[in-house]
Design a protein around this ligand. Structure first.
Ligand code: MG
Length: 428
């Protein structure tokens, strides 16, 4: 088993009249419990839980520690049921204990509620436990940000606690410690007042675990001390040679950990514990294995978004179509003057369509009009298009009267009449 040294501190804080936290330290078990319940309830619940845990922790395995927590739950629940004054009391609990594993250097961690354990390793602080609290669930669901959780008015509501029900879900898993590791067990009275950066800075400054624990409690009080504050600092003094010359093994373990544990536990070596017989409600496996991403589902929000998008796209297409097709133009279809509906050249996928063929050939069009018709003479209406064609026909007729009677005598002569140029055809 690893050689450990530790220090602990607990304080009522600056606001509460009594300390409902309870802690226990020995070389075989470290516990922080944060009681809740009116009158004396919280104080009693945390005391009963710690005492029952100590009494029932005999099988030094992860499963043994989980089972002891469930016996502690039984004890608090039965007291709460039997004594009307204590009805509704409960307590959180986080515990760390050396256990008999194959390599005999492992520790076991259990928690229920929002008391926490941190690991300080290589100068970095990582949270080991997951809070069973309303705000943490809201953060996981994406309803609030981690920063909002820090000041959320309902941040002290826990979703799991000992003594509330005759059964309890317990998170439990082993930790492989390395020399130099520092574990911090604490109630929410610490982390509600002192952020992770200040906790880490304190652990860097104070090498002695007792001094570090006292300083953390002092910082929490200086920040307001709104709740009871309990802190245990456990240092790994000797790991049986695990860390010595084991940088390669450490790197390998960390790679294993990174792929086999939750993001919170990066750099923290944990193994998935076996589920104890009959422990249907214990969820240790959920911690080492990150949850697979949930498949995307078509929610009503997505459906409404898609529907609105389709309506907008249909409206835009309709507007473009209306704009492209609202006018007419007179141009050439092949070599024939033609009235088209729509803009010359079309717009996007709206091509102009033939409305009327006029029977006027390109060769008959006066040169002055050719360019205009090549470009497509745009008009507002079909009537206007027809008037344009009639005018064109008049111009052509004036140039080359349909009677074909030659009225001039000079083949090259030309004259202007009524604004139209008349050119004589050569004599036969
Ligand atoms: Mg508290």
């Amino acid at each position: 088993m690893p050689e450990l040294s530790w220090g602990a501190a607990s304080d009522t804080g600056r606001v509460r009249s009594n300390n409902e936290d309870n802690l226990f330290v020995s070389d075989g078990l470290f516990v922080v419990a944060d009681g809740m319940g009116g009158h004396r309830g919280g104080e009693v619940a945390s005391q009963i839980a710690v005492a029952a845990l100590r009494a029932n922790f005999s099988d030094q395995t992860v499963d043994g520690l989980i089972e002891a927590v469930r016996r502690a739950n039984d004890a608090v629940f039965s007291h709460a049921t039997d004594d009307p004054d204590l009805r509704g009391m409960g307590t959180t609990l986080v515990a760390l204990a050396p256990i008999d594993e194959d390599d005999d250097t492992a520790l076991a961690v259990v928690n229920v509620g929002d008391s926490r354990m941190y690991l300080f390793r290589d100068g970095e602080l990582e949270r080991v436990t997951e809070d069973h609290s309303l705000v943490e669930e809201m953060v996981r669901d994406g309803r609030i940000s981690p920063d909002e959780a820090l000041t959320h008015p309902r941040r002290n509501i826990v979703t799991r606690a000992l003594g509330i029900d005759d059964n309890v879900e317990v998170d439990g898993y082993p930790v492989v410690p390395y020399k130099g590791d520092r574990f911090v067990l604490c109630s929410d009275g610490l982390y509600d007042e002192v952020d992770d950066a200040r906790i880490a800075a304190t652990l860097r400054r104070f090498a002695d675990p007792g001094e570090a624990a006292n300083e953390l409690v002092r910082l929490a009080n200086d920040s307001g001390g709104h709740d009871n504050i309990s802190v245990i600092v456990v240092d790994v003094v000797d790991d049986g040679g695990r860390a010595e010359g084991a940088s390669k093994a450490l790197a390998r373990d960390r790679r294993t950990t990174t792929s086999a544990s939750s993001p919170d536990l990066a750099g923290f070596t944990a193994e998935a514990p076996a589920r104890p017989a009959g422990a249907a409600r214990v969820e240790p496996e959920s911690r080492p294995e990150p949850e697979p991403p949930r498949p995307r589902r078509l929610t009503w929000r997505v459906a409404v978004f898609v529907l609105v998008l389709l309506v907008v796209l249909a409206g835009a297409a309709g507007a473009i179509g209306w704009y492209a097709r609202k006018s007419f133009h007179v141009g050439f279809d092949g070599d024939q003057v033609t009235i088209f509906k729509g803009r010359q050249g079309g717009l996007l996928w709206f091509d102009p369509t033939v409305v009327e063929r006029t029977g006027i050939a390109r060769a008959d069009v006066p040169p002055a009009r050719l360019r205009q018709l090549e470009d497509g003479n745009e008009v507002a209406s079909l009537d206007e298009a027809r008037r344009y064609v009639a005018n064109l026909q008049d111009q052509i007729d004036a140039l080359d009267p349909p009677t074909t009677t030659t009225t001039t005598t000079t083949p090259t002569a030309s004259s202007t009449s009524s604004g139209a140029t008349t050119t004589a055809a050569p004599p036969p």
